[in-house]
Design a protein around this ligand. Structure first.
Ligand SMILES: NC(=O)C1=CN([C@@H]2O[C@H](COP(=O)(O)OP(=O)(O)OC[C@H]3O[C@@H](n4cnc5c(N)ncnc54)[C@H](OP(=O)(O)O)[C@@H]3O)[C@@H](O)[C@H]2O)C=CC1
Ligand SMILES: Nc1nc2c(ncn2[C@@H]2O[C@H](COP(=O)(O)O)[C@@H](O)[C@H]2O)c(=O)[nH]1
Ligand SMILES: [K+]
Length: 503
């Protein structure tokens, strides 16, 4: 039977200390949920804590993903590509490439990510003879905001940033505007030393060079700092990790083999209605090829759905129907479930079977990640929020007020379905287009103070670290066990929001 608030154990069954339990989550006395809850409905109360510093909290996941922070990037075309994969894995998260990526392109992205340096960022590169216009077109591709000029054998000869390209002729040669004396460091320089040398030098970028003096990577001051705080998500060979999704249609075993051949570290079997026979069959097909990497499947929102997918071969179950920012499923169908309760129930069911869940969708603030982890998820999956960053695949655009944004769209939108079914006959395409359950175009603004995905990871990890210390937890497992939650009104939620403009 589907679990529901009517199955909440009586208050007397609470563990020693405060509150009543629901699933495996503890609520304050008297806060027994009368209905399903979403992130905004709940809050965490502080516990007596022996964790002295937020830096003492270990954010690594225990779900086999190898992630050292509990953040997974959703398999959405507008969000997850090679730059996102590289950047997020370097900070310990995992990016799932969408199922719509052509197999040749997927293999190319897989090997490209595996070749990235785990510390030094990939530079944007032009030559001294290129034009300012070329640099301006390229600058938005990376949050580090500068382009390195290299000579014919790849040795750096200058750096240009946006300031250098402002107020000059667009056809001016880059060598005329470049900083000709950038800081260079051997690749094995410790990040802290890079930070200090760059701070003293005053430039935007430190250039990492190999033994022949050729450009091999770049670090900003903040990137060097992050390298000392985060641990990259790497495979056993020390290479950055990456995951990829497949759907449930067609020859699933062949698709799984093709994706695994691209060197992915985790395989995600993804469809809107994960609790369907086709998914069970798809998981069996995936298991038949002995994937050798953990398998994720979804999406579901019930304990039975979770159990069925784990029994069919999933190691991790993706939870969430309808909370996604691009998702119209609840409005179209009435189907779904408030996300916090869905995660609580599915996580409890997964734990009984030794499995895990990812809380997929609806994350709009760092607090939502903390609450998903408190509910028992091993990681939160984030899509649209990260669409509005330099690392998402879309082109940087500007609105009528000159504010930067990127376009985002849902994977069940007319736009995504049209692209996915482009090789079908026109009749089938028209039939499939009827079942639109996502937005085809939305604008995700880049926050000028936090335009890179690493800025957002910083705020998520800071929020989660802090939440763990409030709960008195040194690990994510302890956080789940110790978290005590309360239920709040809309006014309670509103009270917690900052008021930058006064009232
Ligand atoms: N988390 C969420 O709330 C949702 C996520 N999505 C995302 O959109 C992407 C596309 O997923 P999807 O639409 O499943 O496309 P897929 O291409 O994976 O196809 C889904 C298959 O399941 C069948 N199916 C049966 N019932 C349903 C149903 N209620 N909704 C959708 N398919 C159904 C479809 O058949 P037929 O077409 O003949 O009916 C089709 O064969 C995925 O990335 C998914 O995660 C989409 C919707 C909700
Ligand atoms: N119903 C739909 N759900 C979608 C669609 N595209 C993506 N998704 C789901 O959303 C999450 C990401 O959530 P977000 O709030 O962080 O954007 C993603 O993983 C999918 O499960 C869609 O078109 N329709
Ligand atoms: K929604």
């Amino acid at each position: 039977m589907v679990g529901s608030p009517t199955n909440v154990p009586a208050a007397g069954s609470a563990p020693a200390g405060r509150g009543v339990t629901w699933g495996l989550v503890r609520f304050l006395d008297g806060h027994r949920p009368a209905h399903d809850l979403t992130y905004d409905d709940v809050y965490l109360v502080p516990n007596r804590s022996a964790v002295e510093s937020r830096f003492d909290v270990d954010l690594s996941t225990a779900d086999g993903s190898g992630a050292t922070i509990p953040v997974v990037v959703a398999n959405m075309t507008a969000v997850a590509g090679r730059r996102m994969a590289e950047t997020v894995a370097r900070r310990g998260g995992l990016v799932v490439l969408p199922q719509d990526v052509d197999p040749v392109a997927l293999a190319d992205i897989g090997s490209w990510v595996k070749e990235r340096h785990p510390v030094w960022d990939t530079p944007l590169v032009l030559t001294p003879g290129d034009a300012v216009a070329d640099a301006l077109n390229l600058l938005g591709k990376r949050a580090h905001g500068a382009i390195v000029l290299v000579d014919a054998v790849g040795r750096p000869v200058g750096v240009v940033d946006e300031a250098a390209c402002t107020g000059v002729d667009r056809f001016a040669r880059l060598m005329e505007v470049a900083d000709p004396e950038p800081l260079t460091c051997p690749l094995d320089t410790p990040p802290r030393e890079v930070f200090e040398r760059l701070h003293a030098h005053g430039g935007r970028l430190a250039l990492g060079v190999d033994a022949e003096g050729r450009l091999a990577g770049v670090l900003t001051e903040v990137a060097a700092l992050r390298s000392e705080i985060y641990t990259p998500a790497t495979d056993t060979g020390g290479r950055l990790r990456i995951a990829a999704a497949i759907g449930v249609n067609g020859d699933v075993a062949a698709k799984a083999e093709s994706v695994l051949g691209a060197g992915v570290d985790m395989l995600v079997v993804d469809t809107a209605h994960g609790h369907q026979e086709k998914m069970i069959a798809a998981l069996k097909a995936v298991r038949s090829v002995s994937p050798g990497v953990p398998v994720v499947a979804g999406n579901v929102v019930t304990a039975e759905g979770t159990r069925d997918l784990i029994e069919a071969g999933a190691d991790v179950v993706k939870v969430g129907v309808g909370p996604g920012a691009m998702c119209t499923t609840r409005m179209m169908t009435g189907v779904g479930r408030p996300q916090f309760s869905a995660v609580v129930e599915c996580a409890a069911a997964a734990r009984d079977l030794g499995g895990h869940v990812w809380a997929d969708g609806g994350v709009r603030h760092p607090r939502d990640v903390a609450l998903a982890l408190a509910a028992g998820a091993s990681a939160a999956m984030v899509g649209s929020w990260f669409a509005g960053t330099h690392e998402s695949p879309g082109d940087l655009r500007y609105d009528e007020h000159g504010r930067p944004y990127k376009e985002s769209f849902g994977m069940a939108s007319k736009r995504a379905v049209g692209a996915r079914t482009r090789t079908d006959n026109v009749f089938d395409r028209a039939r499939k287009a009827l079942f639109e359950e996502g937005i085809s175009s939305s604008r995700m603004a880049l926050d000028p103070t936090r335009p890179g995905v690493e800025d957002l990871l910083d705020s998520i990890c800071a929020g989660v670290r802090s939440a763990c210390t409030y709960a008195g937890a040194g690990t994510l497992e302890e956080f789940h066990q110790r978290a005590v939650l309360g239920i709040q009104s809309a006014a309670g939620f509103a009270e917690g929001r900052p008021l930058p403009a006064g009232w």
